[in-house]
Design a protein around this ligand. Structure first.
Ligand code: COD
Ligand code: ATP
Length: 226
């Protein structure tokens, strides 16, 4: 089994692309969804976050108010580092569990949607392929403002909390350009999917060729000996 690390910038279109892979039946691990899971009441990270950020970041039902926490951590880099230090080890453990689950289920590859893949680098070395979902800066800003109902300043703050998308683009093996119409991105995603599928055939093909070669040598040797 091999791992495919998929990343991008905030609101560049990662979740939309990942949905295409899901629809194709691929195994997908979503780091954002795991980040939401490991901070639920009762989980160890929940208590550490309440200790560090105070009860004012809680909703009435006791759950973490992610909107409130987000507005703190995207504004203050030291708070962001603190939240990352609390949550990232638990996120990594859960990702590892899910990788093992997919391995046992017999999937040949798993797509990991990790927004901070290139920032933290921890998971990077395990990826056979890396993919960046890119869009131009203006498109990213306007999609983020629209989706989250943010002012320009707030959206710029969130974009600045990550490595520039242009830099991520330079670091990835595969780029999906999501600056334009969705249909164009969907087509690129389908093409990438077939490339990944093809790379699956590589090992069985090599084994097949090797077995064929051994077989021919055997037959030739039998023929020559007779
Ligand atoms: C800040 C939080 C509370 C905001 O929650 P919310 O539901 O509003 O947003 P969501 O989780 O869907 O994240 C949206 C996007 O924000 C960006 N983002 C999230 N956390 C961070 C971070 N620590 N640094 C930079 N960008 C981040 C990512 O691009 C992500 O895709 C939440 O994202 C969080 O707990 N983040 C810390 C854990 C983390 O690093 N998650 C990223 C995946 S590893
Ligand atoms: N090609 C496109 N054309 C128009 N809108 C798009 C396109 N691709 C994505 N969007 C919209 O842009 C927004 C961001 O997309 P999406 O949620 O997939 O990004 P993301 O990278 O997963 O975001 P995050 O980093 O916050 O998790 C969504 O509202 C989505 O519907």
């Amino acid at each position: 089994m091999f791992l495919v690390g998929l990343s991008g910038g905030i609101a560049s279109g990662k979740s939309s692309v990942v949905q295409v892979f899901r629809d194709l039946g691929c195994a997908v691990i979503d780091a954002d969804a795991i980040a939401h899971q490991v901070v639920k009441p009762g989980y160890p990270a929940y208590h550490r976050i309440v200790q560090a950020f105070g009860r004012e970041i809680l909703l009435e039902n006791g759950e973490i108010n992610r909107q409130a926490l987000g507005s703190i951590i995207f504004r203050h880099s030291e708070k962001r580092k603190l939240l990352n230090a609390i949550t990232h080890p638990d996120i990594r453990k859960e990702m590892l569990k899910q990788i093992l689950k997919y391995l046992v289920q017999g999937y040949r590859y798993v797509i990991l949607d990790i927004p901070l893949l290139f920032e933290t680098k921890t998971m990077l070395r395990f990826m056979k392929h890396t993919v960046v979902v890119y869009c131009d800066p203006q498109t990213q800003l306007s999609r983020l403002m629209q989706r989250n109902g943010l002012s320009r300043e707030e959206a710029e703050e969130r974009i600045a909390a990550q490595l520039p998308l242009e830099e991520k683009r330079q670091l990835a093996q595969h780029i999906l350009d999501n600056s334009g119409e969705w249909e164009a991105t969907r087509r690129q995603t389908l093409h990438l999917h077939s490339q990944l599928e093809d790379s699956l055939d590589f090992l069985p093909l090599r084994l097949g060729l090797f077995a064929g070669f051994v077989g021919i040598i055997y037959l030739l040797s039998q023929h020559l000996l007779l």
